[in-house]
Design a binder for this molecule. Structure first.
Ligand code: ATP
Ligand code: MG
Length: 463
């Protein structure tokens, strides 16, 4: 039995070795090879799915490495949150190796290999963007085409930081280091590969990545990598709003949002990103509220809890919402319609710079629209609010408003007690109903009313 098993294992091995030997191996002479004895990567931190993906590709005769942020995190003994694989197989070849995989992306095609509910992203080595010779950058030097396959060495050059250009081969446990990334990491340095000015011009998002990664990993941005940032900050205006959103979302959910925002402000990178946030951070109450919200999010993420991006963006824009709400009320609009006008205005202005995905804006509006309802503590209204599907988010938001000094903490305390109180205690807690009952007549809803249900319910409460 054992003999049979060993035979099977050895046969498999021999087959794999033959496959590897047949493949055209990459030229690694320009790389430092760091063995397991020196890098001491703890293999138990590597996802089984990533290992199976590398193994599958290698058995099919291709090269495959774990690459990028995952290797950097492993070297720092941090469990990576996702794994990317780089290979010399084309997307079609990768797709053929794995039954459960799909090719994604239009500009540069990648393959998602699915293992249970984990997805491993596999990309073919990418070549240098100048290889084709025609104009691949726009007037400000931003790369607009970047879709050429290349060699392993070329793939390393086009990565952003030295610490992100490391290739780990699980089969022999070696790390290939083309740009001295391991030494930089040891010295706690985040260093751009190549000429930093050109690299930021090619892709201004790299400035945000420098700030985010240095905050997340406690790395210092190396001097020449740091130097051009302030001067080039305006290039971010040129980046598509949806790309900025994705990057900012990573930053806010990194568990180091407070440090990241502070660093963005120090480097003057925050202007124009969240145009309304600029204004908010300049008012003491707004700043306190945003910083409290970010700290809360960081704390949650660091203990492994999830954080809802809608909640976070609702906090970031709240004080601007308050200003707009006041403005519309001063123009003689009823409070609830004014609230809706303000919500739409704030989200529209934001969309021009860093478009918040629609799937988040709907929840943001629900959280905001709930806030005036917390002030109504008489009659049946508090009971109705407790059954709102987003009550918990609305309540957490209310507590932040109390903690930041925007409203009387007594309201937050009241809701904390009311939510868990017995039926008798709840009745005792209700405030006297002062709404003019006589004026509460039943109105027939006009057939073509464009008010939402929430608006009509809420305006009935406020009238
Ligand atoms: P994180 O820990 O947040 O995932 P990461 O460095 O892995 O950080 P990803 O966005 O997952 O970031 O990118 C994976 C890899 O792709 C990076 O490590 C880097 O090698 C490369 N990369 C990502 N964005 C860029 C960019 N703008 N320019 C050059 N290389 C990039
Ligand atoms: Mg990553």
């Amino acid at each position: 039995m054992i003999k049979k098993f060993l035979q099977k294992v050895f046969n498999k091995r021999a087959k794999a070795d033959a496959a590897i030997n047949n493949a055209e191996l990459s030229d690694t002479s320009a790389a430092k090879v760091i063995s397991a004895k020196h890098h001491k990567i703890d293999k138990s931190l590597i996802s089984q799915s990533a290992l199976k993906t590398c193994d599958g590709l290698q058995k099919a005769g291709f090269e495959a490495f774990i690459v990028g942020g995952a290797v950097r995190d492993l070297l720092m003994n941090v469990k990576p949150k996702d794994f990317d694989i780089a290979t010399n197989a084309t997307p079609e070849e990768v797709y053929k190796v794995f039954r459960r995989s799909r090719i994604i992306g239009r500009r540069f095609r990648l393959v998602h290999v699915l293992w249970g509910n984990e997805t491993i992203e596999v990309s073919t080595f990418r070549g240098h963007h100048l290889a084709e010779g025609d104009a691949l950058t726009n007037d400000s030097g931003r790369i607009i085409r970047d879709n050429i396959f290349g060699s392993l060495e070329e793939d390393a050059v086009r990565r952003d930081f030295t610490a992100n250009a490391l290739y780990y081969n699980p089969a022999n446990e070696q790390v290939l280091d083309f740009h001295n990334g391991v030494a930089d990491l040891k010295n706690n340095l985040l260093r751009m590969i190549g000429d930093p000015t050109i690299r930021y011009q090619e892709d201004p998002v790299r400035m945000l990545r420098a700030v985010r990664l240095s905050a997340k990993l406690g790395l210092k941005i190396e001097k020449s990598t740091q130097a051009p940032i302030q001067k080039l900050a305006d290039l971010l205006q040129d980046v598509p709003p949806s790309r900025l959103f994705d990057e900012m979302l990573k930053l806010f959910l990194s568990g180091h949002a407070v440090e990241s925002i502070n660093a963005l402000r120090e480097q003057h990178l925050h202007h124009g990103l969240l145009p309304l946030l600029d204004v908010v951070l300049e008012q003491p109450l707004g700043e306190k509220f945003v910083m409290l919200a970010l700290k809360n999010t960081d704390d949650r993420i660091r203990i492994g809890k999830s954080s809802n991006p809608s909640f976070l963006f609702a906090t970031l824009l709240w004080h601007e919402m308050l200003v707009a709400w006041k403005k519309y009320q001063a123009q003689d609009n009823h409070p609830i319609p004014a609230l809706h006008m303000a919500m739409n205005e704030v989200i529209d202005i934001q969309a021009g710079k860093m478009a918040i995905h629609n799937r988040f804006t709907a929840t943001m509006k629900e959280i905001w629209a709930m806030q005036p309802r917390f002030e109504q503590r008489a009659g049946r209204r508090p009971y109705a609010l407790l059954t709102h599907p987003r009550y918990r988010a609305g309540y957490d938001f209310l507590l932040l408003r109390c903690e930041s000094g925007e409203i009387d903490p007594e309201i937050g305390d009241w809701w904390t007690e009311f939510a868990d109180a017995s039926t008798e205690r709840r009745t005792e807690m209700l405030l006297p109903d002062t709404s003019p009952k006589k004026r509460r007549r039943k109105r027939k809803k006009p057939a073509n009313s464009d008010k939402t249900l929430l608006e009509s319910v809420a305006s009935e409460h406020i009238d």
